[in-house]
Design a protein around this ligand. Structure first.
Ligand code: PEP
Ligand code: MG
Length: 583
């Protein structure tokens, strides 16, 4: 019977497919399809790993036995027996085989999928002893995965789509309790047609990456990952924030129709690619792209972006088990982005880890869960706490500027002392390169305005920086004291709260008065419902995910900024600006 779950709409469109439930802890296995002729090889890889694990366990058992009865560890021996039994368990081995043969999942993916299926059955058991066997099963699977790591599949690098092979041609949607931004990045190359997570807010970085992938996504869907079963048919309505499970034929037809309508609309929008973004009254508007990886430059150019307004460099740093990219690796990545943009400017933001962008999957260190990471050692604070790391990044950015126009953007500054330290380090990085005779280029320096303290001291920033970029995601979070990643308070996350609008208007006006560039690079810039207001407040430069550029451009083409200016002043003066937004 169909039922639906409601969450937050974070990435538009409709996806219809079978559910792949992924436990957060298992997200780092590769997910790809194998070709028919590779199915046997995958099964063999799995069999080989299982045998290896069984041999390991038998060896440990033998050594325990050799210790003699006085040193025997009866509990350990019993545990190893359980593990051996689980290794042979028909439900595990048969199930894994099913996912490989029927669905062409690679062995690791098949194994973790079947683990999810069995783990749920354990969860539902009344008997606490049996329930606890789930942990044993997870350990066994972990051991098999480890054994398999030594022998990778021949097709790991490719991601053949199921459509390439007639045996499987069903779209898949990913359902997880939570996904970190780094996980999302991994899925960027993957086969999934949509995402649902139980947790997350509209401007959480997981949601932002989903939007950048331009596939339908719903976050904050509470217990979706518990209610949806492996392989269920699911509809993700990324416009309404609804997930329909086991849809009836009528619902399927209705959503199928909506999906096709969406495709037609995209096709229509794509014709605007080469149309200049100019308002009815002749104001030229700059539409820039937000990117997470150098390769995203291709997509940015495809939608007609006139540059990159925000390259979130932290995505190069995440999910690497603490091994950070060195100067050379970063330089190569920035250079790829710069060259990819073919002479258009690239704004590289220095690393912004922390808060909901942990370096690795474990968000916080043990004993620190009483701390609020959004208020902690994040962004520029993190960089200034490790000058050697920061200098390496600054040198890499300066070097990349020898290959094309580069702007260097610094996140989350709030204090004059931070500005001083940052500028001093930029100078030091320049001198170091000079002393070493390494080629570098000139960069424009920009500061992000994302803390109310910064928005209230704009003259200080204008004194030291060439341009400002308003990070509304954080500016809203810190102005309203709303955790942007927490769906429980997402109804209070209000981009048009009068306080937010005043900070925005003030920043834009002061930049214009001094002839300095200002743009918005938070999610507000890509939200078509906000385009008129931002234009009315005087904004002329917007940075957003490439997938949003054409829809925003369409809005711009219909706008008259002189009229919007007057209207924006009434919105700014209103007690409840939201009520005026549809005027
Ligand atoms: C912002 O805060 O608006 C922003 C663009 O930075 P991020 O979303 O990466 O924190
Ligand atoms: Mg930010």
């Amino acid at each position: 019977m169909s039922f639906s779950v409601h969450g937050l709409a974070v990435s538009r469109g409709i996806a219809i497919g079978r559910a792949v439930i992924v436990a957060s802890s298992r997200i780092d296995v590769a997910h790809y399809f194998v070709q028919t002729e590779q199915v046997e090889g995958e099964i063999e890889r799995l069999r080989h790993a299982r045998n290896e694990v069984a041999a390991e366990i038998l060896k440990v058992q033998q050594s325990l036995h050799d210790l003699g009865p006085s040193d025997a560890h009866p509990e350990l021996t019993a545990l190893l027996d359980v593990h051996l039994m689980l290794l042979q368990d028909e439900q595990l081995t048969g199930g894994v085989k099913h996912w490989i043969v029927e669905r062409h999942y690679n062995a690791e993916w098949a194994l973790t999928t079947q683990l999810e299926v069995i783990a749920r059955q354990f969860d539902e058991m009344e008997d606490p002893y049996l329930r606890e066997r789930k942990a044993d099963l997870e350990q066994v699977v972990e051991r098999i995965l480890r054994a398999m790591r030594g022998v990778s599949s021949p097709v790991v690098s490719g991601h053949p789509h199921p459509g390439q092979d007639n045996a499987v041609d069903v779209p898949l949607v990913l359902i997880a309790h939570d996904l970190s931004p780094a996980d999302m990045l991994q899925f960027k190359q993957s086969v999934f047609a949509g995402f649902v997570t139980d947790v997350g807010g509209k401007t959480s970085h997981t949601a932002i990456v989903a939007r950048s992938m331009d596939i339908p996504a719903v976050v904050g869907a509470r217990s979706a990952s518990q209610l949806i079963e492996q392989d269920d048919w699911v509809i993700i309505d990324g416009d309404a924030g609804v997930v329909v499970i086991d849809p009836s034929p009528i619902l399927l037809a209705e959503y199928g129709f909506k999906q096709r309508q969406g495709e037609v609309e995209r096709e229509r929008l794509s014709r605007l690619k080469n149309t200049p973004a100019v308002t009815l009254d002749g104001q030229k508007i700059e539409l820039l792209a937000n990117i997470e990886q150098p390769e995203d430059a291709v997509g940015a150019l495809k939608t007609g972006a006139v540059g990159v307004g925000l390259f979130r460099s932290e995505f190069l740093f995440m999910g690497r088990n603490g091994k950070l990219p060195d100067e050379e690796e970063q330089y190569q990545a920035y250079k790829r982005a710069v060259e990819g943009m073919q002479g258009l400017p690239v704004t590289i933001r220095t690393v912004d880890v922390g808060a909901d962008k942990p370096l690795d999957r474990v968000a916080q260190r043990a004993g620190e869960d009483h701390l609020n990471p959004a208020l902690g050692l994040r962004a520029i604070r993190w960089s200034l706490a490790d000058p050697a790391m920061f200098l390496a990044q600054l040198r890499a950015i300066l070097r990349s500027a020898a290959h094309g126009p580069v702007n260097l953007l610094v996140p989350m500054l709030a204090h004059a002392s931070e500005i001083r330290q940052t500028l001093a380090l930029i100078n030091r990085a320049r001198e170091q390169l000079e002393a070493a005779g390494v080629r570098q280029g000139a960069v424009k320096l920009g500061a992000m305005i994302e803390v109310p303290a910064a928005a209230l001291t704009i003259p200080l920033f204008l004194k030291h920086f060439d341009f400002l970029s308003i990070g509304t995601n954080d500016l809203i979070q810190y102005t309203l004291a709303i955790d942007r990643a927490d769906e429980a308070v997402s109804h209070l996350y209000d981009p048009v709260h009068p306080a937010v609008l005043h900070l925005l208007a003030n920043t834009i006006t002061q930049c214009h008065a001094q002839g300095k560039g200002v743009s918005v690079c938070g999610e507000m810039a890509g939200d078509v419902a906000m385009t008129r207001l931002l234009l009315g407040l005087g904004l002329r430069s917007f940075s957003m995910h490439p997938s949003q550029i054409l829809a925003v451009k369409q809005q711009i083409l219909r706008c008259d900024t002189t009229r919007l200016q007057t209207w924006a002043q009434t919105v700014l003066a209103a007690e409840d600006p939201a009520a005026l937004m549809t005027d």
